[in-house]
Design a protein around this ligand. Structure first.
Ligand code: SF4
Length: 610
């Protein structure tokens, strides 16, 4: 099974605390780098090439999902995209309506491909149909990203198409092998409509009620070979990270790119929209070895993979990786479980994650090992300005108090790690609207002359239960657990319910708590790790512009952001590595991330230059 979903009843780890191959690789390349990115949640600059990789993979998978027996070469890109999904973004097992491919009749025999070259031409047209749409969508996503860097002009759509076609040619070799093997050992099962528990995505339901509609008789046809050789991959319509294989003890997970299994051999392929030069190619080898271990463990340690490959689409080359032995996988599982305990079971502090980068490895195009370059990892690291491995230091601010110029008294500065934005509140419902309609209810709570609005930002808690009670009426006493109280720009109290909070009916007799008893304004200090900004146009046609800064102190890190006009000139002067004070900010949060919000009454002041 290429997918093994988490089992909520046994899952004491939770989706945010699992280890992944990329985390393991980040930690091994430098423990401090891992700490900055996974604990302090620094986000590296988002350059277009990161989005190109996703676009190429999506386009390739959308083409794989289609069939030359159902779609003409010029068919619309979205013909198969209306896949029903469950609440977690997994293609639904319960939907009874026909799926998109089931609504299409097979093309007449005269329109079916009769040679592999026909299939290739059809598939290239399909890639061309999907690529501009995927690139446009990802450019929009990149544009919105506050950490966007570089220029989208560097994206060459012809090169993207070339990489997709390289992937297609690698896949067609598999189709040819299937054809040469007369469909392989699963031909008659496939023809009769039998499908594995997780079939390769083809826009049909998990189980077919009858023989496969594209089944033929006699020797396998080209169309059948295309269908049978199709690997499993993440349905491009599925939710993000919905299709993971999760370790039975829930501490590790991975999402395979392609899993070929038509000839009963299991081969895991990782797609890379790059030429494979440089240090990262070493990570890909480790990633695939971890996937081999994951496959073995999620199959009761009774089934091993038969092949591991990296497809470097930029270099048009396939790199085979030796599969680890059972002994190696046993040791790897133990080692990774220990690493999970060290990194995720409890969160290590900065001293436990020293700035000790691993040597840089050398790889040439196609992931071919070569001499290591004469450089150290810190030379190219995004965090070198603040890290002791580069020009920075661990001498970080930690709260205290300060008198800012132009202010009459000193102000206290909260250490970033000490700020708790959450509270549990018991209160009475004053009004409730929208409970019967299928949307988030609008609830107001009251207490004497004080009112607070409840803002449901999600429909369900991270444990899967609903964010609000099934029935709710005026006068009910409710407990808002772990919610985020904030004051909006008009000074009104808003109680935000995110995936870590929820509202339940309260019959415990607990006294009603004070609705306005929370700290609304804070002062903080920290080193500037980076600044960010984003712009856009609102629904009313008005342009908006927000700016922010990521701060680091000895106890934590925090993003502080607000409207561009509310930041004073000191914001523009502040540079990475400077220490700043930001006074009079509100605190907000989303899941584990705590954010500061500035307003026109906030103030930023540089207290120390880098
Ligand atoms: S600058 Fe060097 S030591 Fe610091 S996080 Fe980067 S690689 Fe690690």
């Amino acid at each position: 099974m290429p997918v093994r979903l988490a089992q909520p009843v046994d899952d004491s780890v939770g989706p945010f605390n699992r280890l992944s191959a990329s985390q393991v690789n980040a930690y091994r390349s430098c423990p401090r780098l891992w700490f900055y990115e996974k604990v302090r949640r620094f986000k590296m600059p988002q350059i277009p090439v990161l989005y190109v990789g996703r676009a190429v993979e999506e386009v390739f998978c959308r083409m794989l999902m289609e069939s030359p027996a159902l779609l003409v070469a010029k068919a619309a890109s979205n013909t198969l995209s209306a896949i029903p999904l469950d609440q977690k973004g997994v293609p639904s097992r319960l939907s009874e309506e026909p799926w998109p491919a089931e609504r299409l009749l097979s093309l007449p025999a005269t329109m079916l491909p009769s040679t592999m070259e026909d299939v290739r031409e059809w598939a290239i047209e399909r890639l061309k149909a999907h690529l501009p749409i995927a690139l446009k969508t990802l450019k929009e996503e990149w544009d919105k990203n506050e950490r966007k860097a570089g220029s989208w002009d560097s994206v060459n759509s012809d090169y993207c198409l070339e990489m997709c076609v390289n992937g297609l040619d690698m896949h067609l070799q598999e189709v040819q092998r299937c054809l040469d093997a007369n469909g392989g050992p699963q031909l008659s099962e496939w023809r009769s409509g039998q499908r594995p528990e997780w079939p390769a995505p083809d826009a049909r339901r998990y189980a077919l009620s009858d023989a496969h509609p594209l089944a033929s008789v006699g020797n396998v046809t080209i169309v059948e070979a295309w269908e049978i050789a199709r690997p499993w991959f993440v349905d491009p319509n599925a939710g993000k990270f919905a299709m993971n294989a999760v370790h039975p003890e829930h501490w590790f997970q991975g999402e395979y790119d392609l899993v070929y299994r038509w000839n009963n051999d299991v081969r895991i392929v990782d797609l890379k929209a790059s030429v494979g030069k440089g240090d990262r190619s070493g990570n890909y080898i480790e990633q695939l070895r971890m996937y081999a271990m994951l496959w073995w463990v999620t199959h009761g340690k009774e089934e091993t993979v038969d092949g591991l490959e990296i497809w470097y689409l930029g270099a048009n080359s396939v790199k085979s990786i030796a599969c680890p032995t059972i002994e190696e996988m046993t040791n790897m599982e133990l080692e990774l479980e220990n690493l999970w305990s060290q990194l995720r079971e409890t969160t290590p502090d900065i001293e436990q994650c020293p700035p000790e980068p691993a040597p840089v490895r050398g790889f040439d195009a196609g992931g071919i090992p070569t001499d290591a370059p004469n450089e150290v990892r810190c030379d190219r690291c995004d965090w070198a300005t603040i890290c002791p491995g580069g020009e920075g230091s661990d001498d970080l601010p930690e709260g205290g108090n300060i008198q800012l110029p132009g202010t009459p008294t000193p102000i206290d500065l909260a250490p970033l790690g000490s700020i708790n934005p959450r509270k549990t509140i018991v209160a009475e419902v004053f009004s409730v609207m929208g409970m019967r309609e299928a949307r988030r209810p609008q609830v107001t709570l009251s207490q004497g002359s004080h009112f607070a609005k409840v803002v449901f930002m999600v429909d369900s808690h991270e444990d899967g239960t609903p964010s609000w009670p099934e029935k709710l009426s005026k006068g009910d006493i409710v407990c808002l657990q772990n919610i985020i109280p904030t004051a909006n720009w008009k000074g009104e109290v808003e109680l935000k319910v995110d995936p870590h909070g929820k509202m339940i009916l309260d019959d415990s007799g607990e006294p009603v708590s004070d609705l306005i008893d929370f700290r609304a304004r804070w002062n903080v200090t920290g080193k500037v790790v980076y600044k960010f900004e984003k712009r856009g146009t609102g629904r009313n046609g008005k342009e908006w512009h927000r700016k922010g800064v990521m701060l680091l102190d000895a106890t934590g890190a925090m993003k502080v952001e607000g409207w561009a006009n509310d930041w004073g000139p000191q914001y523009d002067l502040a540079e990475t590595g400077d220490t700043v004070v930001v006074a009079n900010i509100g605190i907000d949060a989303w899941a584990v991330e705590v954010r500061g919000n500035i307003s026109r009454n906030s103030k930023i002041h540089i207290t120390q230059r880098a």
